[in-house]
Design a binder for this molecule. Structure first.
Ligand code: NAD
Ligand code: ZN
Length: 352
């Protein structure tokens, strides 16, 4: 089969590999829609996961099941499914410790596509533990909507969960790429009052307003800490969700959040050995400013909840899709867009 791969750090290309086979609990899926991601760019061009050779890229997919293993009961060949980016092993002891996507001996263990094994940018891909990881897609949800669930929606929504957004609260969302835009939508769904969305691109700002942001803060117009605190009557916000920006953004979040507030970080920090926390703004360790940070949850139950939000009209994630391509070849064009990031790109999609 054909797949689009990381050949080595800094290089991509089309390769041929044998079609994967399903183990007893697994499935083989053919893609219907594939979304390139900023994380694929980190994997290839920053070597975020280390050097990999001929590793098929991609972790955001909707597909059709073509084969299931002998022990699979819920999922059948022919089912259209949402495939979460994170597919934990649901038969390990770690599951009983409350964070199924983190193994006690190695971090981010639920992230398998294009990390532990080949990703989804291929004619076929393998899914471990199909009954526990694949969610059947209802007919009335579009591929554009469904393709935003495996990573963008679940991650943005996790930002609001990690920040523990309460109704009526003030929230700052730093970074309004696709993940941050979903974090804005999630904060609003959790009942936030005022939502400051920090971004610079006019198209993203418009979509953020559409998802319920009340104020747009442009980080190119000066210090965002000052801009937000000034607009918020001299006070910090109850919550900050970090969904973009360089290494100093976590320090900015500590400056922005008020005493007793919570920061939810879903941003990936790719540089340096340490992240800084401003000592005084953190009350010398005594300000009750909580920082939660995590990998997006995956699995079937999580995807079924994303589906329920869309099916019941609570959110329409298809607004993130700015560029569409036909055919598997579209992943190459989409990935090039994610690398160069022209101002009008939020999320490209290949429809197969
Ligand atoms: P993105 O690059 O499309 O969006 C990030 C946005 O932040 C961009 O619009 C960029 O212009 C903006 N930005 C840059 N500098 C900024 C600054 N100083 N202040 C505010 N905003 C700034 O990426 P994305 O797909 O939206 O993902 C956001 C982050 O989440 C990335 O770091 C990504 O790697 C990470 N991510 C994490 C998980 C997870 O499981 N935790 C999953 C997916 C993505
Ligand atoms: Zn992704």
């Amino acid at each position: 089969m054909k797949g689009f791969a990381m050949l080595k750090i800094g290089a991509t290309g089309w390769i041929e590999k044998p079609r994967p086979a399903a183990g007893p609990f697994d499935a083989v899926v053919a893609p219907l829609a594939l979304a390139p991601c900023t994380s694929d760019i980190h994997t290839v061009y920053s070597g975020a996961l280390g050097d990999r050779h001929n590793l098929i890229l991609g972790h955001e997919a909707v597909g059709k099941v073509v084969e299931v293993g002998s022990e699979v009961r819920h999922i059948k060949p022919g089912d259209r499914v949402v495939v979460p980016a994170i597919t934990p092993d649901w038969r390990t002891l770690d599951i009983q410790h409350g964070v199924p996507h983190q193994h006690s001996e190695y971090l981010l263990s639920g992230w398998k596509f294009s990390n532990d094994k080949d990703g989804v940018f291929a004619e076929f891909f393998h899914v471990n533990d199909a009954d526990m990881n694949l969610a059947r897609l209802p007919d009335d949800i579009t591929l554009e909507q469904a393709a935003m669930m495996p990573d963008m929606m679940t991650t943005g929504f996790h930002g609001a969960e990690l920040a523990n957004v309460q109704f009526g609260a003030t929230v700052a969302v730093i970074g309004i790429g696709p993940v941050g835009l979903m974090a804005v939508a999630a904060a609003v769904l959790r009942g936030a009052g005022r939502v400051f969305a920090v971004g610079s691109r006019p198209h993203c700002a418009e979509i953020a307003k559409g998802y319920g942001a009340t104020d747009i803060i442009n980080y190119k117009n000066g210090d965002i800490v000052k801009q937000i605190i000034d607009k918020n009557g001299g006070k910090g916000t109850d919550h900050v969700i970090v969904a973009g920006g360089p290494e100093n953004v976590l320090a900015q979040a500590v400056d922005i959040v008020k005493a007793g507030g919570t920061i939810g970080n879903i941003n990936y920090f790719g540089e340096g050995a340490m992240l800084e926390i401003p000592r005084l703004a953190w009350g010398c360790g005594m300000a009750h400013k909580t920082i939660n940070a995590g990998l997006c949850p995956g699995g079937r139950g999580r995807m079924e909840r994303m589906i329920a939000l869309v099916a019941n009209g609570r959110v329409d994630p298809s607004k993130l899709v700015t560029h569409k391509f036909n055919g598997l070849e579209g992943v190459e064009k989409g990935l090039a867009l994610m690398k160069d990031k022209p101002a009008d790109v939020i999320k490209p999609l290949a429809l197969i």
